[in-house]
Write a protein that binds this ligand. Sequence first.
Ligand SMILES: [Zn+2]
Length: 264
Amino acid sequence: MELSGPDASAAAQLPSTYAALAPFRDYFRGGLPVLMYHKLGPRPPGVRLKGLYVGEKLFARQLAELRQAGYDACDFDALAAGAPAPNLRVGISFDDGYVNVLRYGLEPLAQHGFQALQYIVADNIGGGNDWDLPAGEAYEPLMDRAQIGEWLAAGHLIGSHTRSHARLPELSPQQAREEIFSSKKKLEDLFGLPILHFCYPYGLWDARVRDLVIEAGYRTATTTQFGLNDVATSPFELRRIMARYPSWGLRGLRQRLFGHRAAR
Ligand SMILES: [Zn+2]
């Protein structure tokens, strides 16, 4: 079978965020999907970006659906070598390094046999999502060193999400270099393993930033651009699909109120 690129017309038929496999089943055959998660478990009161939380049960159901459909976790390190991932692979990634991913994610990941990658904000280990607070977002604790060790010991991966969750294109060349290079070094020194994977905070990057990521020795970098990855996709511009809880949009609300008949 020939690998087809991410199909814009197919993507246009899809919801822009992933809650269940069913609507994406055909689309996922066109390349490698990398799911983007942030936080797992119950949403504390006062959260503004509600979609960034996926409940524990929904997360487990998403993994179960993928497993039942024959999916296995992609090997991010193999992907780094530029090898096209075989079909029926899916990348599972978490941004920021929240404690709630460790608390609510380890068990379902183990149960369904998926490996996942968490992107760590190197200067906020054991701290919180400080960068979110000025916009009024609720505080959420980030894994400390021991907790990241626990995550790694369970067979999962970590990558860098800069030192301070920086808006990289807005920084001076020196500052951008510092965020990209020294976060890698810091994580490598703390955990004694090579840090090969990078994630652009806020999905913000430009050619200068991407080239620094390459120069620093990372082998992949993920964006927040919706879509699949195929042989033509740069490993430093990987697309992702945001996994979130199903929100009650107008269609969902109608479906909920009037049941299945109205949905057809
Ligand atoms: Zn982030």
